[in-house]
Structures are given as C-alpha cells and as structure tokens.
Design a protein around this ligand. Structure first.
Ligand SMILES: Cc1cc2nc3c(=O)[nH]c(=O)nc-3n(C[C@H](O)[C@H](O)[C@H](O)COP(=O)(O)O)c2cc1C
Length: 138
C-alpha cells in the first residue's frame, strides 16, 4: 500500500556538510530501486524528512534511518496511506533551511511559521498541514 511518513530529528553537531553529502549519496544509490521518493529539509540543528513508497519498504527504511548516529531523537509526526505521491519525481529532494529560506525564499505566512515551529518540535500532527507546508519549499 502506498504510504507516506514524516519525521523530525535533531542533527548532531558532528554531522557535517560532508556527512549530509554522504546521506544524499545513500539516497541516490538506494531510493530509486526501492521506489522511494520524498524530501529532506535540514538546518544546522534539525532534519525533517518525508518519505513515500510501499508501506513496508518505508517502515524498513525508517527503522534503518532511526539507528543512524548522525542524528538523534527521531520523532514520527505523521504516517498513513496516500492515494498519490506528493513528490513523485524526487528520489530525495533536499533543501538547506536557514532563517532566510524560511523568511524570504518561500512564500510563507505567519500561520505557516507557527505550523513550521510545531513541525520542528514534533507537535504538529495534521499530516495534511505538514505536507502542504513542505510542498512550499519545492
Ligand atoms: C536524516 C537522514 C535521512 C536519511 N535518508 C535516507 C534515505 O532516504 N535513503 C537511504 O537509503 N538512506 C538514508 N539515510 C542513511 C541511512 O541511515 C543509512 O546510512 C544508509 O541507508 C546506508 O546505506 P548505504 O550503506 O547503502 O549507503 C538517511 C540518514 C539520515 C541521518
């Protein structure tokens, strides 16, 4: 069953840009064969990742990602079946988040900022709201 999972986690200080590049290489190498698509947003201190694909496959991937020592405190914020993929052409679209990106690059309203802060602290539980906000970054 086609499903989608979103989680947030804390990027460890030891997770340098070089490590992020390695994560992206893993995505590029592994995700296409698994038919996994999604997006990965990261700031200096956080990751937000949305993965979509077969329910069993994304759960197996999430179980693996959770154990990755480059981050901690993975917190699932939404998970469930979907009809269509939201990011069908991204085997892992990536965006680096800076205050500037959040304030200016995207057309983000103050309501969205509240939702965004809730996502980052794991308090946003409405999958639809999370998805529509993530879409604004791509
Ligand atoms: C925030 C984060 C997101 C990740 N996302 C993926 C992913 O989408 N696909 C993937 O294969 N590995 C991902 N990884 C890396 C895995 O935890 C793991 O290191 C990798 O899959 C190992 O595979 P490899 O040895 O084939 O490179 C992610 C790691 C982190 C910290």
């Amino acid at each position: 069953m086609l499903s989608q999972l979103v989680y947030v986690s804390n990027r460890k200080p030891s997770c340098t840009q070089e490590e992020i590049d390695k994560i992206l290489s893993s995505c590029k190498k592994n995700n296409p064969a698994l038919n996994i698509t999604g997006v990965l947003l990261y700031s200096d201190t956080k990751f937000i990742q949305l993965v979509e694909g077969d329910a069993k496959v994304i759960m197996q991937l999430y179980d693996k990602i959770k154990l990755d020592s480059r981050h901690s405190n993975t917190m699932m914020i939404s998970y469930g079946p979907i009809k269509d993929k939201a990011f069908p052409s991204w085997h892992m679209g990536t965006k680096k988040l800076t205050t500037d990106t959040i304030d200016f690059t995207t057309d983000i309203t103050s309501d969205d900022k509240v939702i965004f802060d809730k996502i980052l602290t794991g308090k946003e539980e409405n999958g639809q709201r999370v998805l529509s906000l993530l879409k604004k970054f791509f």
